[in-house]
Design a protein around this ligand. Structure first.
Ligand SMILES: [Zn+2]
Length: 242
C-alpha cells in the first residue's frame, strides 16, 4: 500500500504571492519506518534534550522563526531533511502541483491542486500495476488544516464522479488529516511543498535542486510535478517535460 503525505505552501489569499503549492511524499508502507527513523535521528542530533518536540517546519527554519531563531546554517537543515527522500531511492516519490494564481482566477487553487494530485497518484498506482501486476491501494494523508471539510467532500465527489482526468478508484476512503507535530512524514511533505514553492515563487533553486530527480517520473516524462499556468513561456521541468 502507498501513502501520499501532503502539505501546502503559500497562501491562497495573499495577493503578493503569485503561486500556491500542494505537495508531498509518496511512500510504500515498507519504507515509512526508515524515513521516520532518518528524521527522528536527525532531530535527536539537533536537539538531544527533547527530539520529540522538535518539529521540522521549512518556512520557519528558512526565516529563522520560533525555535530556529539565531540558529546558523538553517538552509543546511532543510537540505538535510530533503535528503531523506534521496536516501530512500526505491518506493518513494515526490509529488507537487504549483498553481499560478493569476491564470486560475475562476478556480479554487486548493481544490484545483488537490484534484490534480489525486489524478497523478492514481496514474502512479496504475503504472505500478502495469509494471509489477501488484494491485496496490493508496491513501492520502494531509496536514490538519482549514481545508479539511472542503477536501473531504471533494474526495468523495472524485470517487463518485472521477476527477477531470481519471477516476481515482484505488484511493481508500476519504483523506486522513494529521497534526504535523506528530508526523515526521507530514513534516517531510511540508519541506517538499516549500522547496517547490520557493522554485516558483522566488526563483530559488536551493532546495528544489535536491529533489528535482525525485518527483515521480517514467523515463523522461515527469508525472509527479505539474505547473498550472498558460500565460507564460515557462522552462520549468514540468512544462518542458510533459
Ligand atoms: Zn512551468
Amino acid at each position: 500500500m502507498y501513502f501520499l503525505y501532503l502539505d501546502d505552501s503559500g497562501s491562497v489569499l495573499n495577493t503578493t504571492e503569485h503561486h500556491f503549492v500542494l505537495g508531498g511524499v509518496c511512500v510504500h508502507d515498507s519504507k515509512i519506518y526508515y524515513l521516520r527513523k532518518y528524521l527522528d535521528e536527525y532531530a535527536q542530533e539537533l536537539s538531544p534534550e527533547s527530539p520529540d518536540t522538535l518539529e521540522f517546519h521549512a518556512s520557519e527554519i528558512h526565516s529563522g522563526l520560533g525555535p530556529w531563531k539565531g540558529i546558523k546554517n538553517r538552509k543546511e537543515i532543510i537540505k538535510r531533511v530533503l535528503r531523506s527522500l534521496t536516501d530512500q531511492y526505491s518506493k518513494t516519490a515526490a509529488f507537487a502541483c504549483a498553481v499560478y494564481k493569476p491564470d486560475c482566477a475562476t478556480k479554487d487553487p486548493v481544490e484545483y491542486a488537490f484534484e490534480d494530485i489525486c489524478s497523478r497518484f492514481q496514474m502512479f498506482l496504475d503504472r505500478i500495476y502495469r509494471q509489477t501486476r501488484e494491485k496496490e491501494k493508496g491513501l492520502i494523508i494531509l496536514d490538519k488544516s482549514i481545508y479539511e471539510n472542503v477536501l473531504q467532500k471533494l474526495a468523495i465527489s472524485f470517487r463518485q464522479g472521477g476527477t477531470r482526468w481519471r477516476i481515482p478508484r484505488d484511493l481508500i476512503e476519504v483523506p486522513m488529516f494529521l497534526d504535523s507535530k506528530s508526523s515526521r512524514l507530514i513534516q517531510l511533505a511540508d519541506h517538499i511543498a516549500y522547496a517547490t514553492f520557493r522554485r516558483y515563487q522566488a526563483d530559488d533553486l536551493t532546495y528544489f535542486n535536491i529533489i528535482q530527480d525525485r518527483y515521480d517520473s517514467d523515463g523522461e516524462t515527469i508525472h509527479g510535478l505539474s505547473h498550472k499556468q498558460h500565460s507564460m513561456r515557462c522552462t520549468c521541468p514540468a512544462c518542458l517535460r510533459k
